[in-house]
Design a protein around this ligand. Structure first.
Ligand code: MG
Length: 157
């Protein structure tokens, strides 16, 4: 099975930018109820999508104060657990982040390693790309960030 996840967050000054668990020095960070890790949010939805198990908002509503400033790693770990409960495993994950600034090249390896660790797979099974929006649209103006994720899941049996 395959799953697709997509997420957007607004960027604002005074917030930390955390992507796939890496704190990235930046002028702006994600505005969110949780820590705003847009990569982990898209990843969570891709994993849940592959087993048709709802979405991140159903499992972790932003009206619930338990998830205020929560580490989004919790959401990914939950989805990984749901996959293993169904007798399935993750074949591979591919992520695309769309962000104007800063350049993510220096952080990509760490982001990839973090995704692999949280998903309990080898880093060779994790693709991670970063691109800009060529100064177009809300990403291009620096007002927001997008993350896309796709994953493949297989049954153990
Ligand atoms: Mg989100």
């Amino acid at each position: 099975m395959v799953g697709l996840g997509y997420d957007v967050h607004r960027l604002a000054a005074g917030r930390q930018l955390i992507l796939a668990g890496v704190i990235i020095p930046a002028d702006k960070g994600c505005v969110a109820h949780s820590d705003g890790d847009v990569v982990y949010h898209a990843l969570t939805d891709a994993l849940l999508g592959a087993i048709a198990d709802g979405d991140i908002g159903e499992h972790f509503p932003d009206t619930d104060s338990r998830w205020r400033d929560a580490s989004s790693e919790t959401f990914v770990r939950f989805a990984v657990e749901r996959i293993s409960e169904r007798g399935c495993y993750i074949v591979n994950i591919d992520v695309a982040v769309v962000l104007e600034l800063p350049k993510l090249a220096p952080y990509k390896n760490q982001m990839r390693d973090n995704i692999a660790e949280v998903c309990e797979i080898s880093p060779e099974k994790v693709g991670l790309k970063a691109t800009t929006s060529e100064r177009l649209g809300f990403v291009g103006t620096g007002d927001g960030i997008q993350a896309w994720c796709i994953c493949e899941i297989q049954s153990l049996y």
